[in-house]
Design a binder for this molecule. Structure first.
Ligand code: ADP
Length: 433
């Protein structure tokens, strides 16, 4: 075992040999201990080195993002002034122009439009990466915006004689989303389908209402994407199957932005494709009820977190008491319009990432403010009232908005989500009398 023969006849020599072997083992162990200590130390140094490099890289990445965002922002104004100038000349407002001048100016305008897309994409991606993109959720009928968007897109499709088939569900599809951001995603998907589908191709758009979610699907009969490229599709600056400088232009950012926007809505986006057969993109968005379930889950998480950190949480309710009378007097558009104005004010005022809000009923908004006690909650209500007054929606559209506010604070006034809600509602009722 120990690599030497023990002399059984002579116990003294046996003892000596054993002693020697033990000493050797102890030395071995000490050597190894020393080795392990040294290795540990080297690992610690390496780790520290890595951490420093990591911090440096993060700083550089931040600098790069800030740079991209500042430059893009600064480029926007001169760009729009130049475009405006070209438009004026093309519209003949500065006098007649000949066909050659017109052609040249039109080409310039197309290039400027392309530049604008690139700049907007760069700005969007840098905002997303910095966690600063603003999502202004409100009551939106997704069916209505899809109908309008696809109708107006037919004009673009005509340039390649492509056909579009749109299938929408019956009735409204009311969701709690940022309509502009979802339009941005769908426009990007439509643009891609148009770009990567040959002349005379077919594009099919479908919206379906499913349990807990809605599903948007866009299928084209275009060039397709290879299986190995599909996992890379939603990365930044990914463009496939074309040589540098070839005809089809883009930034390779559209799908990365789309994925982030859908993710911020609690949805998913993915693609399936076959080369030379076509591509299908799909995304889902949680339906109204599901968005409420998600919000409630979030409130539970916030309360748990606050408990462990011994912090307060404010729960606010805003109720548009004359919603139904507005509906009767001025129509549904004005009533939901009023709610959307309130939502957008709330969206601009409740801005900390850990604070969230949701339209809980057609005329009621719930807001959760993490780490905020009664004083903070009341000052938020004051700011909201002021901002709603300033939005001047009331005077323009429908006289006074009869708004009620309720507030309760965890853990002093209620011990869980349900009691927080109940207390906030009952306090709000008290406001009315
Ligand atoms: P862009 O269109 O600006 O290049 P995107 O992020 O929108 O950027 O798309 C990335 C890439 O994915 C495209 O360049 C193209 O190679 C591929 N792609 C996207 N949509 C389609 C589609 N419908 N058919 C074929 N390829 C597509």
């Amino acid at each position: 075992m120990l690599g030497s023969v023990i002399d059984m006849e002579n116990p003294l020599s046996e003892n000596r040999i054993l002693k020697e072997q033990i000493q050797k083992l102890q030395k071995d162990i000490a050597d190894r201990d020393w080795g392990i200590k040294k290795t540990n130390e080297s690992i610690r140094i390496l780790y520290k080195d890595l951490e420093e490099k990591n911090a440096e890289l993060k700083k550089l990445d931040q600098l790069k993002s800030d740079f991209v965002s500042t430059v893009s922002h600064e480029l926007r104004t001169p760009l729009s002034i130049t475009t405006e100038g070209i438009n004026l000349i093309l519209d003949g407002l500065t006098g007649p122009i000949n066909d050659m001048q017109k052609d040249l100016l039109q080409t310039s305008r197309e290039s400027l439009d392309r530049l604008k897309t690139i700049i907007n994409d760069l700005l969007d991606i840098s905002k997303i990466e910095a966690g600063k993109i603003e999502i202004r959720k409100g009551f939106v009928d997704l069916k209505e915006i899809l109908q309008k968007l696809t109708d107006s897109y037919k004009r673009v499709l005509l340039t390649k004689r492509q056909e579009i088939k749109v299938t929408l569900p019956q009735g409204k599809v009311l969701l709690f989303i940022d309509g502009d951001k979802i339009i941005q995603v769908v426009t990007n998907l439509l643009n891609n389908a148009h770009k990567f589908t040959p002349e005379g191709g077919l594009i099919e758009v479908t919206l379906t209402v499913e349990p807990k979610q809605v599903r948007f699907k866009i299928r084209d009969s275009g060039v397709g994407i290879s299986q190995e490229d599909i996992p890379k599709l939603f990365g930044k600056f990914e463009q496939f199957g074309r040589t540098h400088g070839s005809g089809i232009k883009g930034t390779g950012l559209g799908l990365a932005i789309s994925k982030a926007l859908i993710g911020l809505h609690g949805g998913k986006i993915w693609a399936e494709s076959k080369i030379n057969e076509g591509t299908t993109f799909q995304f889902t968005l949680p339906d109204f009820e599901e968005a409420k379930v998600e919000f409630d889950k979030y409130v539970d998480v916030v309360l748990k977190d606050a408990l462990s950190k011994q912090q307060a949480v404010s729960f606010l309710v805003i109720h548009l008491a004359n919603f139904h009378s507005l509906q009767e007097k001025h129509g549904n558009k004005v009533a939901t319009g009023a709610m959307n104005v309130i939502c957008s004010v709330v969206g601009q005022t409740v801005t900390r990432p850990s604070d969230k809000f949701i339209v809980y009923q057609e005329n009621t908004i719930h807001i959760i403010l993490h780490g905020t006690g009664k004083e903070g909650g009341f000052s938020m209500i004051a700011r909201l009232k002021e901002a709603i007054r300033e939005s001047s929606f009331e005077t323009v559209n429908c006289g006074a908005l009869d708004l009620k506010f309720g507030i309760t604070v965890y853990p002093t006034e209620a011990a869980d989500r349900i009691s927080l809600e109940k207390a906030a509602y009952s306090l709000m009722t008290d406001h009315r009398h």
